[in-house]
Design a protein. Structure first.
Length: 197
């Protein structure tokens, strides 16, 4: 099972990245093939609104560092997207990536019941880390991503969130959320350890 992990934090030792890493380590132990992309290390443009992906091509016309990421998501069985909560939403790096996924939609996606060019049945995991300890804050983020990825034909979506983790690496002391990352990987990839008979 192929896992595409997309990290949207600009910080080293980011809490969202640590949680994604925990998920991916567990997925690998269960036989998952993990490919990780750090958006902040890449040079890429946001969507240009050129509509070429709807009129001439079946993919984004832009060729930059995000092209391999979009291809990895296209080929993956499980997509993990991790971001801090910045200014009441995901990071700018994450939003730039999300806008480019517009190329996954078919030209007549508004009226077509099959909206996506992606193979159906993929699984999606959104991981968020926020400094605000209030679990009632920023609750609108996951429903948006759930809507987007289900429009792409994803059939299962999961949400892992750590609240009250502002400083780099703080989530490492949160066994509750780390365990949730482990359990989510086990459920999506499989409980059987790689190499077990």
């Amino acid at each position: 099972m192929k896992v595409a992990c997309v990290l949207g934090s600009p910080r080293a030792n980011a809490n969202s990245s640590i949680l994604a890493g925990r998920f991916c380590e567990t997925a690998q132990r269960r036989g998952g093939e993990v490919e990780t992309h750090v958006l902040n290390d890449l040079q890429y443009q946001g969507c240009q609104g050129c509509m070429i992906c709807k009129t001439k091509l079946d993919r984004c016309v832009l060729e930059d560092d995000l092209t391999p990421v979009l291809n990895a998501v296209r080929e993956a069985d499980v997509v993990v997207l991790a971001s801090p909560v910045y200014f009441w939403d995901v990071s700018a790096q994450t939003k730039g990536f999300l806008d480019r996924t517009f190329s996954y939609l078919v030209p007549d996606f508004i009226t077509n019941p099959v909206k996506s060019r992606l193979k159906p049945g993929k699984k999606f995991v959104l991981i968020l880390a926020q400094a605000n300890p209030d679990e009632g804050s920023f609750t609108n983020i996951f429903p948006k991503f759930d809507y987007f990825f289900r429009s792409f034909g994803f059939t299962e979506t999961r949400f892992i969130r750590a609240c009250g983790v502002g400083g780099p690496g703080e989530v490492e002391s949160r066994q509750d959320v780390l365990s949730l990352a482990d359990r989510t990987a086990e459920e999506l990839i499989g409980n059987r350890l790689f190499g077990e008979k």
